[in-house]
Design a protein around this ligand. Structure first.
Ligand code: FES
Ligand SMILES: [Fe+2]
Length: 367
């Protein structure tokens, strides 16, 4: 499926956000991830649990049930399943619980504002592979805002490549930047282990609207300022874009770090189906921490900007399904980061498909 060779479309051995942590405040929820229905709930000690979401008795959605201790009780006939092990711990019409039955459980970790699950091999679910909160700029010293879950009617790879592509900002989000100076500035692409960074250092004048929010209207500068925009691909489930001021070049004053420091946009991408994606959005900043108006205005602006990407991805998806590409892609130099990320993901897909094929050869019963 575009843009990959046919076959496997999901990298499973990675952490993906299943939900904002606060989404479980009112009880269990169901979320479809990689075509799998998953029930998410909190156990007695508040720890999250993630379980295959259909009751194995008559396939009623488990998330319609209630939590009793560490177990979720199906609301159709009352079977109960332990959130840590998946064991069936109660069948109301009989005294003994079935021995040896296990409902599928997914590794799940609460980290930052999010609940992360590992849809692949549980033995490989290492919490050290999560993006560190210090590194992504989210947590103490930052003001963190959830923008919400933006359902996206397109395959995850379209969104990932949109996020690694800094040139579309000048067109799709034209009001955010001074187009000419932004497009003229070079993009540096750097590989960083499994991660990838695309950085654009631009010299731009004041931009009405967006800069009024980011800097505050009272901090208008004359001349140019040098800003750095970076898209950092951490893994298929997490990308961050940050914007920071380097210095004022011909301005009336140096820009004070208290006025504008670093602004991080967290892009959390979780495949829902082959053709749709959960896009969890949040931002954080390390300046003007007490400015509530900033938070409110930026939240709205951020949501609107991401909605432009969501619409674009949806329009591409719809057409790709109806009209498969007739030619090879015409790629530009500026697509380098997105293409390099695509290659990384393609390699992971092949690797996981190969590992699955080998384990099936060793153990045909696992098929
Ligand atoms: S369907 Fe869940 S207990 Fe019957
Ligand atoms: Fe965008």
């Amino acid at each position: 499926m575009y843009p990959f060779a046919e076959g496997n479309v999901y990298v499973r051995n990675a952490w993906y956000v299943a939900a904002f942590a606060e989404e479980l405040d009112d009880g269990p929820i169901e979320r479809i991830i990689m075509d799998e229905p998953i029930a998410l709930f909190r156990m007695a000690d508040g720890k999250p649990a993630a379980m295959w979401g259909l009751c194995p008795h008559r396939f009623y959605p488990l998330a319609n049930g209630i939590v009793i201790g560490d177990a979720i009780q199906c609301n159709y006939h009352g079977f109960r399943f332990d959130g840590r092990t998946g064991a069936c711990v109660k069948i109301p019409s009989q005294s003994a619980s079935p021995k040896g039955f296990r409902q599928r459980i997914y590794p799940i970790v609460e980290h930052g504002a999010w609940l992360w699950i590992w849809p692949g091999d549980p033995a490989q679910a290492d919490p050290d592979l999560l993006p560190s909160l210090d590194e992504i700029g989210f947590g103490p010293g930052w003001r963190n805002e959830n923008v919400g879950l933006q359902p996206t009617a397109g395959r995850a790879q379209l969104l990932i490549e949109n996020l690694m592509d800094l040139t579309h900002v000048a067109f799709l989000h034209g009001a955010l930047v001074d187009g000419d100076s932004f497009l003229e500035s070079p993009i540096q692409v750097a590989e960083d282990g499994t991660a990838m960074r695309a950085t654009r250092l631009a010299r731009t004048p004041w931009v009405n609207g967006f800069y009024d929010v980011v800097f505050g209207p009272d901090n208008r500068f004359a001349g140019l300022h040098e800003s750095q925009t970076e898209s950092w691909y951490h893994s298929p489930g997490y990308i961050r874009t940050d914007i920071g001021t380097i210095r004022t070049i011909e301005g009336v004053a140096t820009i004070d770090r208290a006025v504008f420091g670093l602004l991080n946009f967290h892009h959390i991408v979780t495949p829902e189906t082959r053709h749709s994606t959960h896009y969890f959005s949040a931002f954080s900043r390390n300046y003007r921490l007490d400015d509530d108006d900033f938070s409110t205005t930026m939240k709205q602006l951020d949501r609107d900007v991401r909605a432009q990407d969501v619409v674009a991805v949806g329009q591409i998806e719809e057409r790709l399904q109806k009209y498969p590409p007739q030619s090879t892609e015409l790629l530009a130099r500026a697509d380098k980061a997105a293409v390099m990320v695509r290659r990384k993901i393609q390699a992971q897909l092949l690797d996981e498909a190969e590992t699955a094929a080998i384990s099936q050869q060793r153990d045909p019963a696992a098929m």
